[in-house]
Design a binder for this molecule. Structure first.
Ligand code: SAH
Length: 237
């Protein structure tokens, strides 16, 4: 498959490649994704039971969510443009003896063209805030999903509170994320994500916030979507 990198930021991809060896270290740079993973997986599986379906994980990185999906899915395709993160994902898959994942070094626009209406469930978590044109990513994600299929996006809201909590707090005070992980201008309001999704034939099913408690180090679902949030859509055409 040909690769089109026009809707990616090499600077962003480099950040993820540079930390590739930490991907499966629960105390490393992606520790917060490990802490968050059971909660988001349960949310996805409760909202759209995975139950032997075909899944795609877009911007899969080292495969933390991909492997959880694979435990319930018929098959998962994980795609990313960080080749070193994908190498780690493949090694971890091998060590874990998981057979039903294929990882691909490809952009979602090209992948969707080859896999039109293939997937029952598509996840694209913590990725949209790292790309130049997130609306186009949403459009391609929609193109790859069957009519009636489910899509899940997660990202960070854009406002003064999210700046203080998700950038200053998480990167500079609590060291939850490596410094420089997120740029304020790339954060996304739920209303923007909802509009791009609607324009791509998706209907909003649910919007839910994700909160972090620094004392217990736990993530929880919340009605407050002002910082981290997830959105569940159905492809209605
Ligand atoms: N979705 C994973 C990883 C999130 S980190 C999880 O939540 O556990 C963001 C990931 O998005 C990184 O692996 C990065 O390489 C990837 N990414 C950034 N821009 C991308 C693009 N244009 N296409 C595909 N992947 C991209």
């Amino acid at each position: 498959m040909n690769i089109n990198k026009s809707n990616s930021s090499q600077e962003e991809i480099n950040k993820f490649n540079a930390l590739a060896n930490e991907w499966w270290d629960p105390n490393g740079g992606f520790g917060s994704l490990h802490s968050l993973n059971p909660l988001r997986f349960e949310y996805i599986n409760n909202s759209a039971p995975i139950n032997n379906k075909l899944c795609a994980d877009v911007g899969c990185g080292g495969g933390i969510l991909t492997e959880s999906l694979a435990a319930e899915a018929k098959h998962v395709d994980g795609i990313d443009l960080a080749d070193k993160a994908l190498s780690v994902a493949k090694i971890h898959q091998e060590i874990s003896g998981i057979k039903n994942i294929d990882y691909h070094y490809i952009d979602i626009e090209s992948f969707a063209k080859e896999n039109h209406q293939k997937f029952d469930i598509l996840t694209c978590m913590e990725m949209l805030e790292h790309v130049p044109d997130p609306a186009k990513i949403v459009e391609s994600c929609s193109y790859a999903v069957k009519d009636g299929g489910d899509l899940f996006f997660s990202t960070i809201n854009r406002n003064i509170k999210s700046f203080i909590m998700a950038i200053v707090g998480a990167e500079y005070v609590l060291n939850l994320l490596p410094k420089g992980t997120h740029e304020y201008d790339c954060l996304i309001k739920p209303s923007e994500l909802e509009q791009w999704s609607r324009e791509s034939g998706l209907s909003l099913i649910d919007l839910i916030g994700v909160s972090y408690n620094p004392l217990t180090k736990d993530f929880n679902l919340t009605d407050d979507v002002s910082v981290n949030y997830m959105m569940h859509f159905k492809k209605t055409g």
